[in-house]
Design a protein around this ligand. Structure first.
Ligand SMILES: C[S@@+](CC[C@H](N)C(=O)[O-])C[C@H]1O[C@@H](n2cnc3c(N)ncnc32)[C@H](O)[C@@H]1O
Length: 206
């Protein structure tokens, strides 16, 4: 990930952090957390790493459910807001995580890996397999439904953000190279609101 790309995404999210902290969670997203929690509870999972954690609302939910959470994000402002919620949190790029191999029982990634260019996503996924324990669970949730990447010209963020989207089959093929796909569900556009549907995936480390 080149430095100017990294700086732009930091600037976009630093500026919007407080506004995003005021957003109410949509009910379909709350359901996503419940589905993953169901998997975690069945397997008596203890630790959870959140990448691209944003303001930390999901880490807080999992912490309140008894998990030992660690929130990371590339935006210092987001991590400050995680800290204010009493979360263990650190600024970190998910392309280069400062944790030992086989460290976490589970990973939660909601709408953050869609900021990775297609020619870099395999390296990021490899990094996630490294810090996740063997057989550990990984929730991967993104908007998608068509193969496309680039700057979103209508974006209200400044700088305008880069997004990468996948058709369902392309996403499955990519993820299957690194993980076992335990669950793949599509939340329809009508529920999500907007031009993309949502791809909800639960993966297991090989
Ligand atoms: C759309 S927001 C989602 C935040 C949160 N997961 C949520 O659902 O509200 C994307 C987040 O990913 C973070 N992010 C983008 N690229 C990142 C990277 N390379 N490493 C770590 N975090 C990154 C952004 O700073 C931002 O907080």
């Amino acid at each position: 990930m080149d430095k100017s790309f990294e700086q732009k995404i930091k600037d976009s999210y630093n500026e919007k952090a407080i506004e995003r902290d005021g957003h109410e969670i949509q009910s379909w997203k709350a359901k996503e957390r419940e589905v993953f929690l169901g998997y975690l509870k069945k397997e008596k999972v203890d630790s959870l790493l959140e990448i691209g954690a944003g303001t930390g609302k999901d880490s807080l939910y999992f912490k309140e459910q008894g998990l030992n959470t660690f929130s990371t994000d590339i935006s210092a402002e987001m991590i400050r807001l995680c800290g204010k919620k009493g979360l263990q949190a650190e600024v970190m790029n998910f392309a280069e995580l400062g944790f030992p191999d086989n460290h976490f029982d589970s990973i939660w990634a909601l709408n953050c890996l869609l900021h990775v260019p297609k020619n870099e996503i395999s390296d990021v996924l490899k990094e996630l397999t490294r810090v996740l324990k063997t057989s550990g669970l990984f929730y991967f949730g993104v908007y998608g439904g068509r193969n496309q990447e680039g700057i979103w010209e209508d974006d209200a963020y400044s700088p305008k953000r880069f997004f990468s989207f996948f058709e369902d089959d392309s996403l499955k093929a990519l993820l299957a190279k690194f993980f076992i796909i335990e669950y793949f569900n599509v939340v329809p556009k009508e529920v999500v609101g907007g031009e993309f549907h949502f791809q909800s995936v639960i993966l297991r480390n090989k």
